[in-house]
Design a protein around this ligand. Structure first.
Ligand code: ADP
Length: 434
């Protein structure tokens, strides 16, 4: 037992003994006992009153003087309060440091709840998006950033890649938005001003597009002369004849390269895109197969239509992406073999895939295949007359169609390139009841 309790016990026992003795001596034992209990009760009530008034003063002053158990209680509560005040102060200091450092950040930081309602933001985020305290607190972020791409990004939780949008507040400003989910699916949103980077990127795209365009005219002239030379090939010396064939091959390659670069920059800039429409995938595949018959004469091209559903998109872009995959399957199957082109659709997705029995690709290269000019082995691409841009074009076309490219491959056994489309872009055929 603690010392205070021992002392209190001794004091109460002594008091009880004294009152009993006086009671026996005076012959009024019960009266003496009652008086003793009354005194103990009053003294405890008094201390309780003192304690209550001190606590109601929020315990800021020193605790009232008291001895025994009550003194110990006062001291313990006082110590606890001091400790709590200290840790509150420390927390307030840490919080204000966090607030100061986040408001000094050039990047915008926003905290929103699981539904996207704004809870807190720093100064930069306020400036980027034109947020005002306290009016916008509690507002859904999609009411503030009113762009269709942002709405799709946020509501469909496409947070794996950052999103680039125009600032809703400052004209000409571009923002990169990155979102992380934390705790109970609350949103932590980082916003970065990437206007300069964006301008540089635009300059690069313009440069590539302009340079490719400018190269077209001189190349047309060179090709014209080469065609004339080709007509009189037989009159030329043997060494020159080989040169003409070589130059024609290389100028064709250069033409293809320029076409691919121009297509890629059109895809990147979203310029002059034809409006999306519903297309019959079977017809699209048939048109592609017809156009590649010449280069695929050593291969067996099989069409496996598992669905009659239609696909929503741009015909030119889809044609270009799908034919790139079919041409690749032919190019990288030097020993011929089967090439299966499949279209299937279910309640979850629509899948266009091209499966070949060709060279295959090592697993370590697969993630880099859609980079521009990336080739698994440098010789492989140039021998086949490829530009190294085909899969980059496929990637961009699929981006425009909210689709994903999936590649599986085994060296020596062939590859399968699959394009996965969301159900919103698939239209199942109408079933007529008889
Ligand atoms: P390229 O014009 O060189 O074919 P792509 O971008 O179309 O450029 O393809 C990039 C690289 O991916 C190719 O150089 C080739 O190494 C590899 N590749 C593409 N498709 C296949 C395939 N079906 N089988 C094996 N390798 C492939």
């Amino acid at each position: 037992m603690k010392k205070v309790w021992q002392h209190a016990f001794i004091r109460w026992s002594l008091g009880l003994l004294v009152s009993l003795t006086i009671g026996f001596l005076t012959g009024r034992v019960f009266l003496c006992l009652f008086l003793f209990v009354l005194i103990v009760l009053c003294s405890n009530l008094h201390q309780l009153y003192q304690f209550h008034s001190w606590i109601r003063r929020s315990g800021k002053s020193l605790p009232p003087e008291a001895s025994g158990i009550w003194g110990d209680v006062f001291d313990a509560v006082h110590r606890l309060q001091k400790k709590q005040r200290k840790s509150k102060k420390r927390m307030r200091r840490a919080l204000s440091r966090i607030e100061n450092s986040t408001s000094a950040l050039k990047e915008g930081v926003i905290m929103a709840d699981n539904l996207g309602n704004l809870e807190w933001w720093n100064e930069s985020a306020g400036q980027f998006l034109g947020l005002m305290k306290p009016v916008d607190r509690g507002q859904p972020i999609t009411n503030i950033v009113r762009s269709p791409e942002f709405f799709r990004y946020f509501t469909q939780k496409r947070f794996s890649d950052p999103l680039i949008i125009k600032s809703p507040k400052s004209k000409g400003m571009y923002l990169e938005i990155q979102t992380t989910l934390y705790d109970k699916n609350d949103h932590l949103i980082f916003i970065r001003d990437i206007t300069n980077l964006h301008l540089l990127e635009e300059m690069r795209k313009d440069f590539v597009a302009n340079a490719s365009h400018e190269l077209k005219t001189p190349l047309t002239v060179i090709k014209g002369y080469l065609e004339t030379l080709d007509m009189f090939k037989d009159t030329l010396p043997k060494s020159m004849q080989k040169g003409v064939v070589n130059m024609t091959e290389q100028s064709d390659r250069m033409e293809q390269l320029i076409e691919d670069l121009l297509l890629l920059s059109r895809l990147e800039s979203n310029d002059k895109r034809e409006t999306d429409q519903w297309h019959d995938v079977h017809e699209l595949i048939r048109a592609i197969v017809n156009s590649v018959q010449v280069i695929g004469k050593d291969h067996t091209l099989q069409i496996d239509m598992q669905s009659d559903s239609k696909l929503y998109g741009s015909y030119k872009e889809l044609y270009s992406a799908f034919s790139n995959l079919v041409v690749n399957a032919i190019k990288y199957s030097p020993n011929g073999g089967n090439i299966i082109i499949t279209w299937k659709a279910n309640s979850k997705e629509g899948v266009f895939s091209v499966q070949d029995e060709g060279l295959g690709i090592e697993a370590r290269h697969i993630s880099r295949l859609t980079e521009r000019f990336f080739r698994v082995d440098k010789g492989r691409g140039s021998n086949t007359g490829g530009t190294g841009l085909g899969l980059a074009i496929v990637k961009h076309v699929l981006l425009h169609h909210d689709a994903k490219l999936d590649i599986t491959s085994q060296v020596g056994n062939g590859s399968t390139f699959s394009c996965h489309f969301a159900t919103a872009r698939i239209q199942q055929p109408l079933i007529h009841s008889t």
